[in-house]
Ligand binder design. Structure first.
Ligand SMILES: [Zn+2]
Ligand SMILES: [Zn+2]
Length: 317
């Protein structure tokens, strides 16, 4: 990565990006196209989005989700797809307000419908309120784990509201590797099986896809930069990365010494997760509180968390 005065490997224009793992020098236009083509290949290889699908894109206002929206908005015109951006307002004063306005402006610039739903209207409290309840009830769970559980549910609901067939999230290659290492560390084999990118169709007909899973995080950052995509760079004030942060540093150190090693790791993950997916029998259950589909018998993780926090066994989400 970095500036260079070498000509672009493809068109001879001045290059602005050096792709270390391939040796390519790229001008802004060729770099942008290479990322768009890579995403298009990922989408088609794993049958993520079909012709005519209505796609809900989860947009946080950060570089990954806005770049994803930018990339899909180009491709969707050719593939008969309608996009709708969905943003979840967790209720984090200051932080979320800025990203909401960035998301609103960017979607209107692209001419994409934008839906916002809040934790307060969906679950009866803001994240800040839930974190207070966590303290009061002595629940040992990180802010990100609490927020992530509610966010997944909120995005599902938003996609339903939007009438979408597919939910696209902006998880990138680095996210995939970190998640894999975390699952390995936790001995969670079933979750590794779930990492295989070919979408599973849920009972409610929704599919979940990650079109950026083969793109390095720093290439998405450069994509946003070189395409003048405005994004929020401020981090969430509650961010508590824990083990994920260590995994990120570890992987970046490896890549620094061995350019391309992250790709090799991803390819291994894809093979391993495919084998596991093919051989594991996934049982589906219905949550006894909200009656949504879930992976274990009894109460789903969102309802369980809401009950633990609010302490009201009758109320699901
Ligand atoms: Zn070029
Ligand atoms: Zn439930």
């Amino acid at each position: 990565m970095g500036m260079s005065t070498r000509p672009c490997t493809y068109c001879n224009a001045e290059s602005v990006y050096h792709r270390r793992y391939s040796g390519e020098y790229l001008c802004s236009r060729c770099f942008t196209r290479s990322v768009q083509r890579k995403v298009a290949r990922t989408v088609s290889r794993y049958s993520m989005i079909r012709y005519g699908d209505r796609v809900a894109v989860a947009v946080s206002g950060g570089k990954d989700s806005l770049s994803l929206l930018h990339i899909l908005s180009r491709a969707s015109r050719r593939h008969g797809n309608e996009l709708v951006a969905v943003t979840i307002d967790e209720g984090i004063a200051g932080y979320r307000d800025e990203s909401l306005s960035i998301a609103r402006e960017f979607t209107s610039m692209l001419g994409i419908e934008h839906i916002t739903l809040s934790y307060r209207e969906l679950f009866g409290s803001t994240l800040e309120g839930f974190l207070k309840m966590r303290g009061e009830n002595g629940i040992n769970m990180s802010s990100c784990a609490i927020c992530g559980t509610f966010r997944r549910r909120a995005i599902d609901i938003a996609a339903k509201v939007a009438g979408a067939d597919v939910i696209a999230t902006a998880h990138n290659l680095d996210d995939m590797l970190q998640t894999f290492l975390i699952n390995i560390s936790a001995g969670d084999v079933e979750r590794i099986a779930w990492m295989y990118p070919e979408p599973v169709e849920y009972a409610d007909g929704l599919r979940k896809v990650k079109p950026l899973l083969e793109v390095y995080e720093h290439e998405i950052a450069f994509y946003a930069l070189t395409n003048d995509i405005p994004f929020q760079s401020e981090q969430c004030p509650y961010m508590n990365e824990g083990i994920r942060g260590y995994m990120r540093e570890f992987l970046n150190g490896l890549e620094q010494r061995h350019p391309g090693i992250k790709y090799n790791m991803l390819n291994t993950i894809l093979k391993v997760s495919k084998t596991l997916r093919d051989n594991l029998e996934f049982k589906r259950y219905r949550c006894s509180v909200c009656s949504r589909e879930c992976s274990s018998a009894g109460v789903c993780s969102s309802c369980m968390l809401a009950m633990r926090l609010v302490g009201d066994a009758g109320r699901g989400i």
